[in-house]
Design a protein around this ligand. Structure first.
Ligand SMILES: NCCCNCCCCCC(O)(O)C(F)(F)F
Ligand SMILES: [Zn+2]
Length: 664
């Protein structure tokens, strides 16, 4: 299934008609440069073009009052003076004779997107719209927004398509207070937003944008605010928040639809955000959400004011929605102290609502809310430029890298009697021994066919690293022998950093190395806590890999941050016999791992587990994993053991940090 693209130049036909410094950045060119970039890159041709439509009154009333709608209806007939007058009652927004029409088209575009995804016409999609929506409230326009496009879409999805749980991810750099107000007592809509906050000194300067606004009444826990109290946040700050807050909560919430308030003012170069995350980060943010809700994801444009990073970020998002390989994440490093403070505060505020956060640490001693109060009382005084703020001065960043699709999306090496799943291409490798193995033959290796198997594996790996093949699926009779053969002094000029994810127990791992060429993460029921090798991470779950809650927590809270920091050039995913991992979890894992190493994941399975070939092939071909069945809560002891493991590892692996304690 395809990716929908909704755009109409009609939504460029309104602009600011008078002088207002607060609104001058919201220009029609935002839309045209974004759409033109999609056309120029050939991405728009690969999408399913869906026309917008006007939202009806009834649909607008899903999130707004009648008096507000009636008032806005009068604006097309207003004189310039009347428009200015009308605008004064709202904040940081402007009206125009054509903005009501465009606002109905923007909201209607979001609804068209929801219909296309919910009816299965497309898998996912994006709507490029103006005016944006996430600041508008029940009876007020605000922050360039007239109707709350995404809030209306969420209500519409529930009402028309019977959606039970909607996840709204707002990666715009401003807090979508309009969305928060609309759903703060509604447990069927989980609103997650990060936003520049600076202890309430940044627009819209709301006390309720802080991390302690967790929702009200039945909605408690279903509103997640992540305040950025400094500018200059980078890719690692964004990714660590996703791994340690959003994803655990999102997987536990188990939505059947994901809506994204896709604002790109959180990208480098934006005058509003002043952040340093590069456009390719949106490829990863999008990818990390694509395995939720069976892949049903609707992105709706909100902000974005740098006319270079905005189109680049839009293209990165669309290319990921289309299923293209991801770029390797650029130069990750440790999240900054301020981000870790926010991370710790959000996790502790939500500890009581989400079993995946139950073991989160308390609020930091230097509680950032006191800073908010102190700064709010302080007279305007200019604080000296912290290092993060200087980072925001940088306005140069590299073009996002090309993300070519390999000619063979997924290759397979299967025994003769196993049919090649559709979509996979049988890998034909020469029968002769791989030159890299000739040496092994000399010192009298015993088992010939094991060597042949390994040599075919190496041949496939080589084709991956030249991007002739995306991912691979290999069935072998004896997994232990193959791993021994392949990983025992892995030839250094074959691959320089391989992430091995071993699902299930594997007895002798004496090919492990400590030089960093291989990071070995094992998830099983074996308890090996005493391990002291930085590159061997044994995660033990009491009930083993069949415990979906424990497994997903190990993947999200440990494996993902480690993989981002390690940044492998190849991922080797091994499923040992009897691991007990269920197919939907297995497909979720594959889907997430495809975000690394430009999609070069090689799956090793034992021939007697060929019953799992179908689901494995489906995931390797980029098809969304089925939603996980209702997650049981995380086992207490496992949760504590995972927490201890994270604590122990975080000195070596900075992306595992979730508290600011111990940072300089
Ligand atoms: N420096 C000028 C002050 C501007 N203050 C208002 C900012 C509004 C942000 C709107 C947005 O980007 O959040 C949306 F997504 F809604 F468009
Ligand atoms: Zn914004």
């Amino acid at each position: 299934m395809g990716t929908a693209l909704i755009y109409d130049e009609e939504m460029t036909k309104y602009k600011l008609l008078w002088v207002d410094p607060a609104c001058k950045i919201e220009v029609p060119e935002r839309l045209t440069v974004s759409y033109e970039a999609l056309v120029r890159s050939g991405l728009s041709d690969r999408c399913v073009s869906i026309p917008p439509r006007e939202a009806t009154d009834a649909e607008i009333l899903l999130a707004h009052s009648e008096e507000y709608l009636e008032a806005v209806k009068k604006t097309p007939y207003m004189t310039l003076e009347d428009l200015k007058e009308f605008t004064l009652q709202y904040g940081d927004v402007y009206f125009h004779p054509n903005i009501y029409h465009c606002a109905k088209l923007a909201a209607g575009s979001a609804l068209q997107l929801v219909d296309s995804v919910m009816t299965g016409k497309v898998r996912n999609g994006i709507a490029l719209v103006r005016p944006p929506g996430h600041h508008s409230m029940r009876s007020a326009a605000n922050g360039f927004c007239v109707f709350n496009n995404v809030a209306i879409a969420a209500q519409y999805a529930k009402q028309k398509h019977g959606v039970k749980r909607v996840l709204i991810v707002d990666w715009d750099i401003h807090h979508g207070q309009g969305v928060q107000y609309c759903f703060e007592d509604d447990p069927s809509v989980l609103y997650y937003s990060w936003h520049r906050y600076e202890h309430q000194k940044f627009w819209p300067n709301l006390r309720e944008s802080d991390y302690d606004s967790v929702g009200k009444g039945n909605g408690a826990g279903f509103n997640v605010n992540v305040p950025w109290n400094k500018v200059g946040m980078e890719n690692s700050d964004y990714l660590s928040i996703f791994c340690h807050v959003l994803l655990p909560v999102a997987y536990e919430f188990c939505p059947d639809l994901v809506l994204v308030c896709a604002g790109f003012d959180s990208a480098i170069g934006d005058p509003e955000g002043e952040m340093c995350a590069t456009p390719d980060i949106f490829a990863h943010l999008t990818h990390l959400l694509m395995n939720l809700a069976g892949g049903k994801l609707c992105a709706v444009l909100e902000g974005g004011y740098n006319l270079t990073s905005l189109p680049q970020s839009v293209c990165q998002t669309v290319q990921t929605l289309l299923g293209d390989p991801l770029p390797q994440p650029a130069g990750l490093r440790s999240p900054c102290k301020s981000a870790l403070e926010s991370l710790q505060c959000v996790r502790s505020a939500h500890r009581r609502y989400w079993s995946f956060l139950k073991h989160a640490a308390n609020q930091p001693s230097t509680d950032i809310s006191t800073k908010r109060i102190k700064l709010a009382n302080e007279e305007e005084g200019k604080t000296e430029m912290a290092v993060e703020e200087r980072a925001a001065e940088i306005k140069e960043w590299p073009e996002p890298p090309e993300r070519p699709s390999p000619p063979v999306r997924c290759a397979s090496l299967l025994p003769e009697d196993v049919a090649c799943p559709d979509g996979l291409k049988l890998f034909s490798s020469s029968k002769d021994l791989h030159p890299l193995l000739a040496s092994k033959l000399q010192n009298g290796a015993d088992d010939q066919d094991a060597l042949i198997t390994v040599s075919r594996l190496y041949a496939m790996i080589e084709k991956m690293l030249t991007n002739e093949i995306g991912s691979g699926l290999v069935l072998i009779s004896d997994i232990s022998a193959a791993m021994m053969g392949a990983l025992q002094d892995l030839p250094s000029d074959l691959v320089d950093r391989v992430l091995v994810v071993c699902v299930g127990k594997e007895k002798d791992l004496n090919y492990l190395t400590t030089d960093g060429k291989m990071l070995f993460v094992q998830i099983s029921d074996e308890d090996k806590e005493k391990e002291k090798n930085k590159y061997f991470i044994p995660v033990s779950l009491k009930k083993g890999c069949s415990d979906t809650a424990g497994f997903i927590q190990a993947v999200l809270g440990l494996l993902l941050p480690l993989a981002y920091e390690y940044d492998p050039t190849l991922v080797l995913l091994v499923r040992t016999p009897g691991s007990g991992v269920d197919d939907s979890m297995w497909q979720q894992l594959i889907g997430l791992l495809l975000g690394f190493a430009k999609g070069h994941t090689l799956v090793l399975m034992q021939t007697n587990e060929k019953v799992h070939v179908g689901p494995t092939a489906s995931a390797l071909l980029g098809r969304p994993a089925p939603p996980l069945l209702e997650l049981q809560t995380l086992d207490q002891e496992d949760g504590e053991a995972l927490e201890r493991l994270r604590e122990r590892l975080q000195t070596d692996w900075k992306m595992l940090q979730t508290t600011s304690e111990g940072t300089e």
